[in-house]
Ligand binder design. Structure first.
Ligand code: ADP
Ligand code: MG
Length: 377
């Protein structure tokens, strides 16, 4: 990818650019926990956005997207916002760096990627992180701490792309390291790396390629349930609630609110259990917890759908070690922890059976936990 991007850069702009890259991400476990002050457990993957970037001595940014075959120019003031969505991710990063007191001047860039767009692997976070990392290196002597780069990406989504996201995606994209997952405490923003480089297992994502409901309203309803229960229990967020507390309140809240809160409280415990299991190299336990999460998301949190439950069932029948919905639900991917000797059989079976049932193939993405944002050359 690097050579193609650099060749395109030289053809369009001339000169020798620096090359930066940042990654998409998976989340092994810890779903719907972020807004409840709990833990998430993401890692960067071997699918990236890569950009060739070079200051051009003007106040103008000139960018070519190789994948979309589109060229855009924009200035660096608030009123210069480009109309193309992909360019507003880059514009937003520039603006957020400037607003936080950093420096950005005009530059030329060519970029491309191999993260599927909109599949739940956070191609947008990779795009933001790649440019945030590049501009920190080129204009700010890398003075902006890495965590701030992640926040710049998050603020870009909020302020320039209309996506009110949490910090996990950008955090994983920026901070990811090969062979390690990162447990992020969404309450304190403390984080810790855990080894994840299994010799005998692979991570395989199966993308159902369906999206059922407008993500917003069921998501907001779930959030409201959690907040309502937290208020009743007298805690800031469900992070501070236990199952005992919830049980003692069971008769006073709706069964729906009870189920939602139960999932969140159990999910918090599952993340911690998975971290312990990884330290012990116990992938069977990791996998069992993933199945428990799927069940909770499906039965208690009720954010699954026929296609995702089907993929989860196929995984179980194929003897896959762990499998669950990844992301908010109502469509998207399952993430599967698969023993290498079962891999081919699992992929073939899942493809065939899914197609028979739903009329189209799921997309298959094998991923390896890899480095996040970095300078390539
Ligand atoms: P995801 O779950 O992949 O982050 P989003 O909808 O949040 O999905 O972000 C996808 C958007 O990010 C695309 O519509 C596009 O604007 C931008 N994007 C991602 N990857 C690329 C790429 N390789 N080239 C151009 N734009 C990209
Ligand atoms: Mg995104």
């Amino acid at each position: 990818m690097k050579d193609t991007i650099v060749a395109e850069f030289k053809k369009r702009f001339g000169g020798v650019p620096s090359v930066y890259s940042s990654a998409g991400r998976i989340n092994l476990i810890g779903e719907h926990t972020d807004y409840n002050g709990g833990f998430v457990f993401p890692g960067a993957i071997d699918k990236v956005i890569m950009a060739a970037v070079r200051p051009n001595g003007t106040e103008l940014v000139r960018v070519y997207s190789m994948d979309l075959e589109e060229y855009v120019e924009f200035g660096l003031n608030e009123e210069d916002a480009p109309s193309q969505l992909w360019a507003s991710y880059i514009f937003g990063v520039c603006r957020e760096i400037i607003k936080s007191g950093g420096t950005v001047k005009g530059f030329d860039a060519v970029f491309a990627g191999n993260i599927p767009l909109g599949a739940g692997l956070s191609s947008s976070a990779a795009l933001e992180s790649c440019f945030a990392f590049a501009l920190n290196d080129l204009y700010n002597d890398n003075r902006i701490p890495k965590f701030e780069l992640a926040k710049i990406g998050q603020m870009t989504e909020h302020n320039y792309c209309g996506v009110n996201c949490g910090i996990m995606d950008q955090f994983a994209s920026v901070m990811g390291q090969a062979g390690k997952l990162i447990r992020l405490d969404c309450r304190s923003l403390d984080f810790e790396y855990y080894p994840f480089a299994p010799e005998d297992y692979e991570l395989i994502l199966l993308d159902s390629r369906v999206k059922h409901e407008l993500a917003d309203s069921p998501y907001n309803r779930r959030r409201e349930s959690c907040e309502r229960v937290a208020r009743r229990l007298g805690v800031d967020t469900l992070r501070d609630a236990t199952m005992e507390m919830l049980e003692s309140m069971k008769d006073e809240i709706s069964t729906e609110d009870y189920s939602r809160a139960k999932f969140v409280i159990e999910e918090k415990e599952r993340v911690l259990a998975v971290c312990d299991a990884l330290m012990a190299g116990d992938y069977d336990t990791v996998g069992r917890k993933m199945y428990e999460t799927h069940r909770g998301l499906s039965k208690d949190y009720e954010v699954s759908c026929e296609e995702l439950d089907f993929l989860n069932d196929v995984a179980r029948e194929c003897g896959v070690t762990g499998s669950r919905i990844m992301g908010g639900g109502f469509g998207g991917c399952t993430i599967n922890l698969v023993r290498k000797d079962l891999r081919d059989d699992f992929i073939r079976t899942a493809r065939t059976r899914f197609r028979e049932r739903f009329g189209h193939d799921p997309e298959v993405y094998p991923v390896v936990i890899s480095d996040g944002a970095r300078k390539v050359v």
